[in-house]
Design a protein around this ligand. Structure first.
Ligand SMILES: [Zn+2]
Ligand SMILES: [Zn+2]
Length: 331
């Protein structure tokens, strides 16, 4: 083969790869918009309420003490009256056993015996327990054996763990009294592909809904719209990840500003910007929430500060080991 022909073939191959990715992105985005536009659900009947809700972050980036280990993933222990849910199982980079999640659980005195169910927000590595699980369609809280007693796991896509009984949540569903999955909302991401993500809504008596969010890929606006479609109760609080890596911030330590480009739902040359964050803040401010706690696992410090300033006394830092509580007035 002539040198010039070889160069032409190579150039053609290089051009085809991004073209295929761009086509996948355009088609997936269109499909996600169609799914969103056709997703009409009636209001929940008889969701019930809880008297007391607490959210204890077991995995996230920042920690409340040096005995705990942070990582850019999510795992939150949710206690809603008598029901205890583990929401996502962290990143476990390096596939350690025991994982940071297991070690933080031990340090915080949390045992598997008290957990009734798992909820997985979406099929990304920082929520499933590692890249190998994201590739295999599985999830695990550690790299070695953990007896999960065949507890139920509510997942937004076909995801399994041999120690749990998985149920794929395809639409808004009441999981426990006062605790609902708002159903998956899909988003097409340029690099990470099709991403269905479910968020929880927990109805605290006399207060309203506390939304618990994994990565926030669907956008905060759509998650709020979904909550308002399903409930008459006001939005009392929002806790979790919303994916606002406006600056490279902490992710620079990995040598690449990875989060600015991965997982945004926008074109790679159009990262999330200050305007995106300010629009989301304004949308949430219009609901006058009494509790806002933004996960640092997928948002930069600039965005954390923007939320902190916007919501004032309603804002609470989200730290591993620091429980966030909401209780009915007489609870
Ligand atoms: Zn995430
Ligand atoms: Zn994600």
């Amino acid at each position: 083969m002539k040198k010039s022909t070889l160069a032409a073939v190579l150039a053609g191959g290089l051009a085809v790869l991004p073209a295929a990715a761009a086509t996948r992105f355009v088609l997936g985005r269109r499909r996600a918009e169609q799914v969103w536009a056709s997703s009409h659900y009636p209001k929940f009947q008889d969701v019930g309420t809880v008297q007391r809700l607490s959210v204890l972050p077991l995995i996230d980036w920042y920690t409340a003490s040096d005995e705990l280990t942070g990582e850019p993933g999510v795992s939150y222990l949710i206690r809603a009256d008598d029901v205890t849910i583990l929401f996502d199982v962290g990143l476990n980079v390096g596939q350690q056993h025991p994982s940071n999640l297991l070690r933080n659980m031990e340090a915080l005195g949390v045992s598997w015996d008290e957990i009734d169910a798992l909820v997985i927000s979406h099929p990304h590595l920082d929520h499933l327990g590692g890249m190998n699980h994201a590739q295999a369609g599985t999830f695990a809280p550690s790299a070695g054996f953990v007896d999960l007693h065949q507890m139920p796991a509510f997942v937004p896509a076909d995801l399994t763990n041999p120690q749990t009984v998985s149920t794929v949540v395809t639409e808004p569903t009441v999981l426990f009294p006062g605790v609902a999955s708002m159903g998956p909302i899909p988003r097409q991401l340029f690099f990470l592909g099709w991403t269905p993500e479910q968020s929880l809504a927990i109805n605290v008596e006399g207060k309203g809904l506390v939304l618990i969010i994994g990565c926030g890929h669907p956008t905060l606006q759509r998650i709020i719209d979904r909550a308002e479609m399903l409930f008459d109760e006001p939005i009392y609080g929002v806790i979790g990840g919303l994916h606002y890596p406006v600056t490279a911030s902490r992710s620079e330590r990995w040598g690449l500003p990875a989060q600015m480009f991965f997982g945004t739902g926008k074109w790679p040359w159009d990262p999330v910007n200050e305007k995106d964050v300010n629009e989301a803040i304004a949308y949430l401010q219009a609901r006058h929430p009494k509790l806002v706690s933004l996960s640092p696992h997928d948002s930069c410090d600039w965005s954390l500060n923007a939320f902190r300033q916007a919501f004032g006394d309603a804002y609470q830092d989200l730290l591993v080991g620091q429980e966030i509580t909401v209780a009915a007035d007489d609870a």
